[in-house]
Design a protein around this ligand. Structure first.
Ligand code: NAD
Length: 499
């Protein structure tokens, strides 16, 4: 792998661009509608005087089906690491559990921690119930449930781990504020579900509250994700920049794209400290592939974001304004075409030609775009904080058993070494022992919590081994354990529901 590139190196890279050297860009034509929309976009970028040198790579369905379960080969990685800029058409993930999502693999392998997804209303030229909508969703791109760590633990229960880190959260929250500052945005909203997930989503919200005061000119608010998503769907004009975690961001950005007029209009940038990837938010649309009817706009606007990223702002502005003028003049592919609006229904190729014919023009009714050359966003590398004083004060033992809470409690109590007390058994998170309710439905998956009798003492390995030995002798099927620790005296574990 090449030596890591620092943000300072990236700035140098942009200076080279100003000296008019063509910037190498790795290009993937993708699957389904990918090749037709990518061809159309490259034609527009070239005509719009983007100074790029394209390096095509093959990724996606053919690579998957040739036996590479990641959907990408060594040569493609080599090109990506070298050019550090990736323009990617959508790809098809074959059905079946053997194939990992290539998008997630690329985002995580290249450290593309920030996913930027703008959704804009183009009323009255693209019908939408939300004429004032102009929202940018900044989605954390590497963590959360997308860590993809899943296990089947019992006959009945499957688990997916949600991982949220402080450095990862600090980086994405800071990016959102820096983005808002660089782009003259007035407000940043945080979406989380910290009323339920107090540790993981709680951290996300807490970090947001810690960083917000560093940007006093920017208004902030926090929304619980469910009401936030509902409000976004009903009144998107109330939002400006939204920062959220991976899964929520994925869902709300599709909602935002759809209500802005068409999912075919939405671009997406995936930004890291070393590399960046630009793509449409939609997929490979196999239902319309090969028909020359797909909308290339999402991918083209992603191309515009790419030009801004590498400092070619004049070309970005020229192409974006020509695209706005094309929409205004009523040229639309089938997805945004409405006969009542006296639009002209055009093919993918004709749409690209219409944009090319308007290069140099500005929109008359929609707001023209203006890109600043130095609106560069730099976010420091994640900081490692001083370690906290960590003390193990108990252990959760997860057990697979077809039993009742009382029966299980008897077995577990008798297995406990002198220093530990069994304090709780929960089933799917809700306390069922002691004093459980007969109405609670129980699966075969139990969490059994032992705490140190003397909370000033720390649980040591020999005592844990004694416990495991006794549980083994009592034929308790242990599926996993979690250490219960305090950090500077604060519990690093949640209570059972009802505990
Ligand atoms: P999709 O986005 O491909 O299609 C959903 C609907 O939107 C379809 O009716 C389609 O015709 C329409 N549509 C999408 N893009 C359009 C465009 N540019 N112009 C006009 N209409 C458009 O979603 P899907 O059907 O759920 O997924 C199809 C494949 O794409 C799957 O294999 C999925 O894994 C993959 N996918 C890839 C990416 C990516 O590469 N970034 C993202 C999402 C889905």
């Amino acid at each position: 792998m090449n030596a890591p590139v620092t943000p300072k190196d990236l700035r140098k890279f942009k200076v080279i661009d100003r000296a008019e050297a063509a910037v190498p860009v790795t290009v993937a034509y993708g699957d389904g509608i990918g090749p037709e929309i990518m061809k159309a976009c490259l034609k527009v970028l070239t005509a719009g005087k983007a100074n790029l040198q394209y390096e095509p790579i093959e990724i996606g369905e053919n690579v998957y089906l040739s036996g590479q379960t990641a959907g990408i080969g060594e040569e493609a990685w080599e090109s990506l690491r070298r050019t550090k800029v990736f323009f990617k058409a959508p790809i098809t993930t074959p059905q079946g559990s053997g194939y990992k999502s290539l998008n997630v693999t690329v985002r995580k392998s290249l450290g593309l921690f920030a996913n930027i997804r703008p959704s804009v209303s183009y009323m009255p030229f693209v019908p939408s119930k939300h004429p004032e909508m102009d929202v940018v969703i900044i989605r954390e791109n590497e963590e959360d449930l997308y860590a993809g760590i899943e296990h089947r633990q019992t006959d009945e229960v499957f688990q997916c781990l949600k991982l949220v880190s402080r450095p990862g959260t600090e980086r994405i929250v800071r990016y959102a504020f820096e983005y808002a500052r660089a782009n003259g945005r007035r407000k940043v909203s945080c979406f989380s579900k910290d009323n339920i997930m107090k540790l993981t989503d709680g951290l996300f919200h807490q970090v947001f509250d810690e960083i917000a005061p560093e940007y006093p000119e920017i208004e902030t608010d926090h929304w619980i994700i469910d009401i936030g998503a509902a409000r976004l769907a009903a009144k998107p004009e109330q939002f400006d920049v939204i920062v959220t975690s991976n899964l929520y961001g994925d869902i709300i950005s599709d909602i935002a794209g759809e209500i802005s007029g068409s999912v075919g209009l939405g671009p997406s940038a995936n930004i890291g400290s070393h590399c960046a990837m630009f793509e449409a938010i939609h997929g490979s649309a196999p239902d319309i592939a090969g028909q020359n009817v797909a909308n290339p706009s999402g991918l083209l606007l992603a191309g515009v974001m790419m030009l801004v990223h590498i400092g070619q702002t004049e070309a970005a502005e020229r192409i974006h304004n020509a695209w706005l003028r094309t929409i205004e003049e009523g040229f639309h592919t089938a997805d945004t075409y409405h006969a009542g609006l006296q639009n002209k229904k055009v093919t993918t190729d004709e749409f690209a030609e219409a944009v090319i014919a308007r290069l140099g023009e500005k929109p008359q009714k929609l707001k023209p775009v203006a890109y600043k050359r130095d609106a560069e966003i730099t976010v420091p590398e994640p900081v490692r904080h001083k370690p906290h004083v960590k003390k193990q004060v108990g252990i959760d033992i997860f057990v697979h058993a077809d039993t009742t809470p009382d029966e299980l409690a008897e077995k577990l109590k008798s297995a406990a070494p002198e220093c530990l007390d069994l304090v709780m058994i929960s089933n799917r998170g809700v306390k069922v022992w002691p004093n459980g309710m007969p109405e609670t439905f129980c699966t075969d998956h139990w969490r059994c919590r032992y705490m140190m009798r003397d909370q000033d003492q720390e649980l040591q390995m020999p005592e844990m081994l004694k416990l495991f030995e006794a549980l083994g002798a009592a034929r308790v099927d242990v599926i996993k354990t979690e250490n219960l620790c305090t950090f500077d005296g604060k519990p690093g574990y949640s209570l059972g529901q009802g505990q």
